[in-house]
Design a protein around this ligand. Structure first.
Ligand code: DON
Length: 571
């Protein structure tokens, strides 16, 4: 492997990735919201160094891969959505791809899907796409380089950072799993005790990887030593991924999903995300109803019924559009109106009976991460990134510090068999070579009179779709501030199981009223994590990080203005 690295060093010009842009542009004001203050700080620094919202969001994303590595990282995938100042929209698909040797029944043993295989270890891993997507986005719309975006993360990996309470708790909770593979054990496991918040967490191998990426660019990852290391590890651990799979990976520019909601334009992410289609569909159904605080219980009921219908369609129709025929009209007005027509405002409908998912308690977490950013030039960015469940496949590729995803679990291992989030799928989302698993990630940008005023997205598997829909409705229909729209209690229905999940914070009256309308109601803590940046009527930015994230709140969402260089904190 050392020889491969050397050969690579001889082949590529050194230092290019860190080169500063020659043109000096005015500093931009802006806002960044993430789940971690160190990552948000990296984003704000990018603005202070002359970057725009794209540089800020990507610097934050690459820093999250170091300081919040159980949720996302360069071993995973992402969807990057942006509306550039000139009005051009970029939807860059950095979703993982299945290996060329993948087969539709690769997770089936003795006729049954074995979730342990799609969740942990070699077979769970797809070719990661985040780096390719960030590289493409920076080339199209950034002001700074990939090297600059990696810098803060590299330093934090090299020198260490005080472990936050969330990561410390996750490391302890998953200690057994993290001890399975030697390189993972070396990076994340502590044999003689537990991790505590505040202790310094160093990731030397990951720092070296970030440094190599700064020096050699993404080819080092996809066509160089990293790909070779993965291939070597796969060969000895029963995996299917090859260096060829890595060399063939490409981030894809997709056509965004555009819809209208009460006169606003909503831009969402298209398949292989189901997010854009179903946020648009839910809003399209809701547009047939009027809400006010007075009719609030009807609002919750209708919202649940809209979600149920959207998730039923998701299970049947959605998959990688390069492999499956995904109908184009799922969020068309006529179809949404027909779905709205089928809703009884007084009574919950049974859309279909189904098998409940295997582990209800595990259905929703707060893994994955969303980064929202905007700048005073008019660039608006939404990135949702993930390695899927907490610590992904639990595999660190030896010598690299890179924790690999378990995104293969987002395929339907067998028709109708639920994945880790209780989601079922059909043929459209069956495993296939080179195919991208269906996602719920929903980076979204909303425009009023042709100008963006809100960028948002979330973490939490299927609840991402319902979080984004409700945050928009909270602001647009109920008139809540951006902060309150994110913080307000939520509901979630995903068709199967036929259960209406409601935030733990709802008052006692609501569940009872919903039950009287025929819903099976269960309380859940949280229902996901949303990040948003909004622009208020006076032109100022509101940066919002969901209060549901545990631990220290300060600094997770920040605005910055070069004319008033004291950074203002937000929620
Ligand atoms: O792409 C998806 O839909 C999932 N892999 C996202 C995972 C997620 O949000 C984890 N949070 N609980």
């Amino acid at each position: 492997m050392r020889t491969a690295l050397l050969a690579f060093a001889l082949l590529l010009p050194a230092g290019g990735a860190l080169a500063a842009p020659c043109e000096r542009k005015p500093l931009l004001a802006g806002a960044v919201a993430t789940v971690n203050a160190l990552a948000t700080d990296a984003g704000i620094r990018a603005l202070q160094q002359g970057g725009n919202a794209v540089d800020a969001a990507i610097a934050a994303a690459l820093t999250l891969g170091v300081v919040d590595s159980h949720n996302s990282g360069i071993g995973g995938g992402c969807f990057f959505l942006m509306r550039r100042a000139d009005g051009e929209v970029f939807a860059i698909d950095g979703r993982e791809t299945a290996p060329a040797a993948a087969t539709r029944d690769m997770f089936v043993r003795d006729g049954k899907a074995v979730s342990a295989l799609s969740l942990k270890g070699a077979l769970a891993i797809g070719v990661p796409g985040s780096l390719a997507a960030y590289d493409m986005a920076l080339r199209h719309a950034g002001r700074l380089t990939l090297g600059a975006a990696l810098q803060r993360g590299r330093l934090l990996a090299e020198r260490g950072f005080p472990l936050g309470p969330v990561l410390a708790a996750r490391l302890n909770a998953k200690a057994d799993d993290l001890a399975t593979f030697p390189a993972t054990r070396a990076s994340f496991h502590k044999p003689d005790g537990t991790w505590s918040a505040g202790e310094t967490f160093v990731q030397t191998d990951l720092a070296r990887t970030y440094r190599a990426l700064q020096r050699y660019g993404v080819d080092w990852f996809y066509r160089g030593p990293f790909a070779q290391r993965v291939a070597a590890w796969m060969e000895t651990n029963g995996g299917l991924l090859t260096a060829r799979d890595f060399a063939g990976y490409e981030a894809k520019r997709r056509r965004s999903v555009r819809s209208r909601y009460r006169g606003l334009e909503v831009i969402g992410f298209p398949p292989p995300s189901s997010g854009g289609v179903h946020v648009a569909q839910i809003l399209g159904i809701l547009e047939n109803f009027e809400y006010s605080w007075k009719s609030f219980h009807t609002y919750l009921h209708v919202m649940a019924e809209a979600m149920k219908r959207a998730f039923a369609d998701r299970a049947h129709w959605l998959g990688d559009p390069d492999f499956a025929r995904v109908p184009r009209n799922l969020c068309a007005n006529g179809y949404c109106d027909a779905l709205a027509e089928s809703i009884d405002p007084e009574r919950a409908a049974v859309v279909e009976h189904g098998t409940p998912p295997r582990a209800l308690e595990e259905v929703f977490g707060k893994h994955t991460t969303h980064i929202a950013a905007a700048d005073s030039d008019g660039n608006w960015v939404a990135i949702t990134a993930t390695i899927n469940t907490s610590f992904g496949s639990k595999v660190v590729i030896p010598g690299t510090g890179v924790l690999m995803n378990n995104q293969m679990d987002d395929f339907a291992a067998q028709p109708g068999v639920p994945n880790a989030y209780g989601l079922v799928g059909a043929e459209a989302n069956a495993v296939g070579p080179g195919k991208r698993p269906l996602s719920s990630m929903s980076p979204t940008i909303v425009l009023r009179d042709g100008r963006p005023f809100l960028t948002l997205g979330g973490a939490g598997g299927p609840t991402i779709i319902t979080q984004v829909s409700q945050t928009i409705v909270n602001h647009v229909d109920l008139g809540l501030s951006f902060e309150d729209s994110v913080a307000a209690p939520r509901v979630h229905h995903q068709w199967k199981p036929d259960v209406l999940f409601i935030d733990g914070t709802w008052l006692a009256g609501e569940p009872a009223r919903l039950e009287r309308r025929g819903h099976v109601v269960k309380r859940r803590a949280g229902l996901g994590v949303t990040q948003a940046v909004g622009r208020r009527p006076d032109g100022s930015f509101a940066a919002v990080s969901d209060p549901r994230v545990d631990g220290e709140r300060r600094g997770r969402a920040r605005t910055w203005d070069p004319r008033a260089p004291v950074s203002s904190g937000a929620r």
